[in-house]
Design a protein around this ligand. Sequence first.
Ligand SMILES: O=C(O)CCC(=O)C(=O)O
Ligand SMILES: [Fe+2]
Length: 336
Amino acid sequence: MANVAEDLQKLYDEIGRLKPTEGEMKLLPDLERLLEVSASARDCKSTPTASTTSKRCLILAFLVACSAVLAYCLTAFFPHFTVASIHALGYGEPENPNSPCFLRGPAKMTEIFRSPVDCSVCRNVTRVDISRDMSVEQFTKNYAYTSRPLVVRGALRDWTASKVFSFDFLRHLYLDEFPGSLDVVAEHCQFFKYKTEFANLRDVLTMSKERFNQTWYVGWSNCDVSVATVLRDHYTPPTFLPAGSASSRLDWIFMGRSGNGANIHIDNVGKPSWQAQIKGTKVWTLEPPRECHFECASMEVTVYPNDIIVLDTDTWYHGTTILGDEISITIGSEYD
Ligand SMILES: O=C(O)CCC(=O)C(=O)O
Ligand SMILES: [Fe+2]
């Protein structure tokens, strides 16, 4: 900056003046400071602390973004990778398998960041137990909160749902009887389109005959009270649930045709659930949590009309496939 006076002198030589005036000389220190600041700013050195902090932030943000991309890619290329696997490798036994989150969040994120599972829940389970007569005591002792999957055959024999529920019944209920319900469902409920193009339940219930006869499968939670009241006239929660346990007020309905079903996934709902097979036949594929891959077995079980499956969907990876010509309709709920 000592050159500022010389530079100024050169400038004056060029324009024909001999030297800066006294007043201009007094302003020189200010001019020098100004030039110093602008030069430093150009070199990103103006406020060293702020600049270092922002650089650190940028590096941190970059690393976080890289980790997220890496974790996502790992789960895509190595299906047995989850953050829970790292937990399990690092700590042996998991810390807390009961996640406080009750949301069915974006599937991939739920999967990557879920808490690891204690593999003793699946170590000795090699097949899905099937029962024809389940008492409350038996269920409470062996299944209710053990994560051991169970199918109870013929459990909804007394339900009128088996005779009443159909695609047309649901279409009429939502579209004609309670026309506002589809907006309630669209705004407050969850809708799983799986492999279809449907954006919401209205799209499903208004599809053309040709589309209906092709392959499709969807699921949704019903948040409309009027519709729920009608649905519940036709079923009651399973009689074998533990005394005092409450079924969630939210019904989950899954419906679709042969050849399709839910992709294999894991949930984060915080509670076990039951699902009643009202119509059609469905194969459930169950896989152990990825961190228990080498200790536990995968299984398949087929459910027929009138069967109820009880599953801890936070512990078991699960996917479904519809068999046969009949449309599959199920209703289910979580219990505590
Ligand atoms: O019934 C299905 O196809 C899938 C159900 C499901 O994913 C669940 O109940 O968590
Ligand atoms: Fe699920």
